[in-house]
Design a protein around this ligand. Structure first.
Ligand code: ATP
Ligand code: MG
Length: 468
């Protein structure tokens, strides 16, 4: 263990602790990770006294005018050194009352501070006093839970989760991240208290949810969110994807399990959080569009379009950014069937051109999402789909090299049209522009200024416009 505490910073903290006669400990995630053999860059230091004063002393000792960022209201301070983020806080005791979300926070002992921690594996501390340097203080047998791969609360889970319901989502996050199981008693308490998440702010929920989404196998977390009843509370549209129905002996797949499989597939190929959100949302409108059509079977007509329309509302509720990130997700949801349609038909140049035009720079992510969307168990089918997509990719490359349509703007601008015919901004300008774009995408004319100019004259004439 000593090797994890060999960084000079710990020695400095230990020296300051001796000098100020304040006991200091490393606590929480750093200790957990160290015992798992991993070195964490985030270090939480807990002192039996004022964390901010202590941080200033440590900074002074480290020299180089190292800045201390502190938050007086929270009594915390932070130093960044050698890529390590070191946070200092005084030991606290928290007591929750049922009529308020916010705990009463008082100065506390080491024991108080360990009691208020979320899980046994997160409540362990390393002593930094000179005489007991590196000793593990583990009142709840966190080390054993770490070995047994168990997530468990230090105190009664029912109270722990009711006090701060975010801990339930954190339990699921840590279980997914570390590949641990949640202790059954604990999981029962989560089910019982799932409704309590209603007191949490959207920001706190989204923060933990995004952490789950960014793990390497996020489906594991989503299954637990579903089984615990928490998903129903925070993301009912997602829960609506569960289940299958059979009519005339024809069933459809469970779209929840399909979606989380797609999410895992995307996660294995890309770290992009927003692409992962697109995977989560790609079929979100299936329940709303589901219909059984005799002779045809189950249909989800226009679920791509309806789904993209559901994105803003969901993003708003989760307090996710309503900027180009959201636009990106909307676009991928909207376009997620296009490459499939392409791959089923004979791939014409114009269809590929249209897809390139609509997807722009997001074409690669779109293709990735579409390939991830293949979750069939039938290997022959999978092979066929993948072959088809390979074909689409090849075509995309060919056309892209030939026509350079990515982020393409038609060669004739509105200004040129207005100038040519001596007209002001009007419906006609739009019509002519659209007709030129169509002609290029359809391959009727090449993607060049001269031919587009000729086409403009032709279209203007059709509308009865005269050249100036
Ligand atoms: P990570 O590697 O994900 O950062 P971590 O354990 O450091 O894991 P943090 O969210 O950074 O997690 O929290 C630091 C420590 O603070 C935790 O280890 C835990 O002891 C405590 N903690 C954080 N959030 C809560 C909470 N909601 N309730 C109780 N204790 C918490
Ligand atoms: Mg941390």
């Amino acid at each position: 263990m000593k090797r994890f505490l060999s960084n000079k910073i710990f020695k400095t903290i230990s020296d300051v602790s001796g000098e100020m006669n304040l006991r200091a400990y490393v606590i929480g995630g750093f200790v957990r990770d160290a015992l798992l053999g991993r070195f964490s860059q985030d270090i939480d230091i807990m002192v039996l006294g004022n964390g901010i004063d202590f941080a200033h002393k440590v900074a002074e000792r480290l020299g180089d005018n190292i800045p201390v960022r502190f938050f007086k209201n929270f009594g915390t301070a932070m130093i960044i050194r050698d890529g390590l983020k070191i946070e200092f806080v005084g030991a606290r005791k928290e007591s929750y009352r049922s009529n308020s979300r916010k705990p009463i926070v008082e100065d506390g002992t080491l024991e108080d501070d360990q009691n208020r921690r979320d899980f046994t594996i997160n409540a362990m501390a390393f002593d930094l006093q000179m005489e007991s340097y590196g000793q593990l203080i583990d009142p709840f047998n966190g080390l054993k839970d770490l070995q047994d791969k168990i997530i468990r609360t230090p105190l009664d889970p029912d109270i722990t989760f009711s006090d701060d319901p975010l801990r339930m989502i954190r339990a699921i996050r840590f279980a997914t991240q570390l590949e641990f199981t949640i202790d059954p008693v604990c999981f029962e308490a989560i089910k019982k208290n799932a409704g309590r998440v209603s007191i949490l702010s959207a920001e706190r929920i989204t923060d933990e949810l995004n952490r789950i989404i960014q793990l390497s196998v996020p489906s594991v977390g989503f299954k637990m969110l579903l089984d615990s009843g928490i998903l129903k509370m925070i993301f009912p549209e997602f829960v609506d994807l569960t289940g299958t129905e059979v009519i005339d002996g024809i069933g459809h797949k469970d779209n929840f399990y399909h979606t989380i499989a797609v999410l895992d597939n995307v996660a294995s190929k890309s770290d992009n959080l927003w692409l992962r959100w697109a995977a989560i949302l790609h079929d979100i409108a299936k329940p709303a569009t589901k219909k059984f059509v005799p002779e045809v079977g189950w249909t989800f007509y226009a679920h791509d379009f309806r789904g993209s329309k559901m994105v803003p509302e969901i993003f708003r509720r989760f307090k996710l950014p309503l900027n180009e990130k959201m636009k990106y997700v909307e676009k991928l949801v909207l376009l997620h069937l296009r490459p499939i349609i392409l791959s089923e038909d004979i791939v014409t140049d114009s269809a590929v051109r249209r897809l390139l035009f609509d997807a722009g720079d997001n074409i690669d992510d779109l293709m990735l999402l579409c390939e991830a969307d293949i979750t069939s168990k039938n290997l022959q089918k999978v092979r066929k789909f993948l072959d088809n997509f390979e074909n689409v990719r090849r075509k995309l490359k060919e056309i892209e090299e030939k026509d350079r349509l990515r982020n393409w703007q038609p060669p004739i601008s509105g200004e040129i049209i207005m100038e040519t015919f001596g007209i002001s901004p009007s419906k006609e300008v739009g019509l002519i522009k659209k007709a030129i774009t169509e002609a290029i995408l359809e391959g009727e004319i090449p993607n060049q200024y001269d031919s587009a100019y000729q086409r403009m004259l032709f279209e203007g004439e059709k509308l009865g416009l005269k050249q100036k």
